[in-house]
Design a protein around this ligand. Structure first.
Ligand code: C2O
Length: 546
């Protein structure tokens, strides 16, 4: 195994998008940011040097960070932010994970422009567990979202008013909106391909708030990995990626030479919620030798934005490649409702109550709307044995009331969250099952729930209210897919399992940034059973202070 050192310098860079120039935050002036390429088992040292205008942290999305929780990155959870002018070294090893992960800013909405791919190839001397080895890999495909307004100002305005933030102005492939947007066709992402080859394509959904359907005109895709875990090969013309998720596919370029669009647009099944109904495109080009550039570009057909059947068909087709290593016991069983609600505004000033009917938007897990601390991080407070005033360890394992979670028009009195910084304590080594139940208190929609520090098995998912009696029998305990982000279906549920074998403080949250802003988050505190986090590495000397 090798070790790589990289400097990631945060700085302001000027780019042109949608007919205008903008100053954005970047890593090393690149947008998307640099691609990290490693082999399984390698270690990375990333020196974050903040020459930007904002506090910054970086998160290595999906990296397990075994005992290196100080390098996980969510601000005020595992570290204080790196202030302008300061630096911090992230150090970690990527082991027992292969495929595609990514990295992104984990502070405010800065990940809109501060993100990049992390490619994990098999160790030297080993190969992919595919029937056909790809001839080559194409450049990673990062799906994103572009705002004309500074994304930090977008979220600040929403927080000030209590209203919903602006939706983005474009979806993007490799930071380019593509042919269908104004002033964008010249820079449309282009992937040259060779007739007859089978290539490996890696997709990352780095969009802030949009789950995406993806299709490539004229070509099927065979899914071989998701979230850096191999899957049983599944051939399809349609992919669905929730924000945070990655999918690796094999594509054989066996069609008549020409140009083919890769296209992505929103899957947003929420009723009455504004969605970005635009489509981003990239071009797959078999080459000028065939004079293809004079011919029209083939466009794939994408499902309607609210096609839940198409979404469900994709997600329920994924299986792990290998038999699951799943303990049969469950030591900790949690039932967590995830959803958007509203804060009653009686105690706040009117200009902060721009939500529906004079409320503020809020989101919660089990009716607790998560609040980040500001004086230190949760991990630092715990490590120093002084949670007092920073967090409490009383996160509820069940919602405060039970009712029909998926019904519309449930009395709001039943569902106005309380704000708090609460963690749920897990004993080191315990087998944990979590039922994630989506609610429809206010505009039910899919919630991509992401757990830091772990991969989990997705045993089952379904629509409606989870029914322990009937639904437990549907669990796939043989070959469930392993992921770090699960799209909890709109008005439905998903059941996940993991073993709490990584000591530290681990955020779990909706990967729609608008929902984490509203509090759809909680944290697990995993103790190692010897009283202190003795097996977590010591805090690094350059850990920033708040
Ligand atoms: Cu990719 Cu907490 O995030």
């Amino acid at each position: 195994a090798k070790e790589q050192y990289h400097e990631f310098v945060i700085r302001e860079t000027t780019v042109k998008r949608l007919c205008k120039s903008h100053n954005i935050m970047t890593v090393n002036g690149q947008f998307p940011g640099p691609t990290l390429e490693i082999n399984e088992g390698d270690s990375l040292i990333i020196n974050l040097i903040n020459r930007g205008r904002y506090n910054m942290t970086l998160h290595w999305h999906g990296v397990r960070q075994m005992r290196t929780g100080w390098s996980d990155g969510p601000e005020y959870v595992t570290q204080c932010p790196v202030r302008p002018g300061q630096s911090y070294r992230y150090r970690f090893t990527v082991a027992a994970q292969e495929g595609t992960l990514w990295w992104h800013a984990h502070s405010s909405w800065l990940r809109a422009t501060v993100y990049g791919a992390l490619l994990i190839r098999p160790r030297d001397g080993t190969s992919y567990p595919f029937d056909v080895q790809p001839t080559r890999e194409l450049a990673p495909i990062l799906l994103g979202e572009w705002w004309d307004m500074n994304p930090v100002d977008v979220v600040r305005a929403a927080t000030r008013t209590g209203a919903a933030p602006n939706i983005s102005d474009a979806l993007t492939v490799n930071a380019q909106p593509g042919d269908l947007y104004s002033c964008s066709s010249h820079d449309t992402a282009l992937f040259p391909v060779t007739s007859g080859e089978t290539n490996l394509l890696r997709f990352i959904n780095a969009a802030l708030n949009t789950e995406l359907f993806v299709s490539l005109a004229g070509h099927n895709m065979t899914v071989v990995a998701a979230d850096a875990s191999y899957t049983r090969p599944y051939t399809t013309s349609l992919l669905l990626l929730a924000p945070g998720q990655t999918t690796d596919v094999l594509v054989t370029f066996d069609q008549p030479p020409g140009r083919y669009y890769l296209a992505a647009h929103a899957y947003a099944s929420a009723q009455g919620v504004p969605f970005d109904n635009t489509t981003t495109t990239a071009i797959f080009d078999y080459g000028a030798a065939n004079n293809a550039s004079s011919t029209a570009i083939a466009m794939p057909t994408l499902p309607a934005y609210n096609d839940t059947a198409a979404a469900t068909a994709f997600t329920t087709s994924l299986r792990g490649l290998r038999k699951a290593e799943l303990p049969s016991r469950v030591d900790e069983s949690l039932f967590l409702t995830v959803g958007v609600g509203l804060f009653n505004c009686t105690n706040t000033t009117a200009q902060q109550c721009g939500g529906p009917n004079g409320t503020r938007f809020a989101a919660s897990i089990n009716n607790v709307s998560f609040v980040l601390p500001s004086s230190t991080s949760i991990l630092q407070a715990h490590h120093h044995g002084a949670p007092g005033g920073v967090f409490t360890a009383d996160f509820p394992a069940n919602p405060p009331v039970q009712f029909d979670y998926t019904a519309q028009n449930v009395s709001r009195a039943l569902w106005q969250p309380v704000a708090g910084t609460k963690v749920y304590k897990l004993k080191y080594g315990s087998a944990v099952q979590v039922v994630l139940q989506g609610t429809n208190i206010f505009a039910g929609e899919n919630h991509p729930i992401h757990l830091h520090g772990y991969d989990f098995y997705i045993l089952a998912e379904g629509l409606g209210n989870f029914d322990a009696g009937a639904d437990t029998g549907k669990f796939n305990v043989e070959d469930p897919p392993m992921r770090n982000t699960v799209g909890v279906p709109v008005n439905g549920w998903a059941v996940i399992r993991f073993v709490a074998d990584n000591p530290g403080v681990w955020l779990m949250h909706c990967h729609l940034d608008v929902h984490i802003t509203w509090g759809l988050a909680m944290a697990f505190l995993v103790d190692d059973g010897v009283g202190e986090l003795q097996s977590l590495e010591a805090p690094p000397p350059d850990l920033p202070l708040c």
